[in-house]
Design a protein around this ligand. Sequence first.
Ligand code: 4AD
Ligand code: MG
Length: 480
Amino acid sequence: MYPFNIQTMEKYKVADLLKSTEYGKEVSIKGWVRTKRGNKNVAFVALNDGSVIHNIQAVVDLAKISEDELKHVTTGACIAITGTLTKSQGQGQSVEIQTTKLEVLGAADETFPLQKKAHTLEFLREIAHLRPRTNTFGAILRIRHHMSFAIHKFFNDRGFYYLHAPIVTGTDAEGAGEMFRVTTLDMDKPPRNPDGSIDYKQDFFGRQTNLTVSGQLESELAATALGLVYTFGPTFRAENSNTPRHLAEFWMIEPEMAFYEINDNMDLAESMLKYLVQYALENCSDDIAFLNNRAIEEDKTKKEHERSKSTLLERLNNVKNEPFKRITYTEAMEVLKLGKKFEFRPEWGKDLQKEHENFLVDHFKVPVIVTDYPKDIKAFYMKQNEDGKTVRAMDVLFPYVGEMIGGSQREENYDKLQARIKEMNIHEQSLWWYLETRKYGTCPHSGFGLGFERLILFITGMTNVRDIIPFPRTPKNAEF
Ligand code: 4AD
Ligand code: MG
């Protein structure tokens, strides 16, 4: 065998050592110093290597390691430790390392911004390059990883194929015009047509292109060949909404299923969300416990009426255990009549506001799936109902984050789809390939889009989407 990992074989992670009972064994570990304390005889160094939220404690006997060496072991420094694994004498940890050798790989002076005191999330956004070294962001990044993996596992176990939708496209799948343009034309003097408009035929792709807002149109093509598919990739929206739930660059999961009707679509969405919450509870329990306590502590600093009505763990268990409520948009309008103090009065034909979504979820005390929205507030591709007024849309509304999923059954009838495209003044020519799926072997099909960052907000209990993606892209913000 290629002697590829001989070196790494002898290396350890804090996560493994904390579980080990091989007392007396010589081990070595590398990581970043969180704290150092002690007296003139002995120092205790808390070391974290990112494999788990907990630190391992290295006990340094000052008779063996010189004070000169220890001088550079400060918060933020990167060090390598070799020593003997022993059962811990101290409270709160199972094992520790009796240090025999200590090497400073990278010092960090006293300007290192993450000293022991707690920092505000706003401050941490300004040091996004260092915030992964905090407990909170370490936990979030590990949870993001586990959730990504769980999404692929969920679909793979159910016979879905992962489709790589393009990132550069010539279409606006949602028809909302919120696209970032992709071009290599000289912005100062773009080539012009005789009528003065920009001549995109001379652009890199020979046409106008933009970053994708959704992989759905491509996923529909694949579903009419492979049956069950999903995309999981970055999507981009130039919507100028500075809210705690919107990003200009976010990740979306878009399953698309041939032969699924709207009820099958809802069943899949509900079982997927339950699966993901359960997966998180089972595989990220330490990180979730940390975030649960963090939110409880943060709540204590808030005024009574600003505190959450439930803990993170209660919300996760509620989603895992309780069936979601399913109602139509028209029924939702009736329920909203019970609400008194809305800023925007609910009105049939208008989109639901965040306050309306919150009201519905509070009212039913479980996630709510709203279906059959008025056609004029939804995208062109949704299947038209017989009433001529509504479409077979479904939005999954969640406590705490609002719209988690948006989806629908698709219009599979060529004439109806074409008529709707015309009616909505959408550039039909750019969708000729999409329309052809309705010409050659069309079938009933459905799908939805799950916003990955909305999911992570819910699983972590964090309140701002800027704090759960490593490098947020929002209006006027793309520094890191
Ligand atoms: O409801 P949306 O716009 O639906 C679509 O894009 C469809 N093409 C999906 C489909 O049927 N295949 O977006 C889907 C989800 C939303 O419910 C929300 O969770 C998330 O994507 N989302 C955003 N997340 C963060 N920042 C934004 N700006 C988002 N816009 C949508
Ligand atoms: Mg939506």
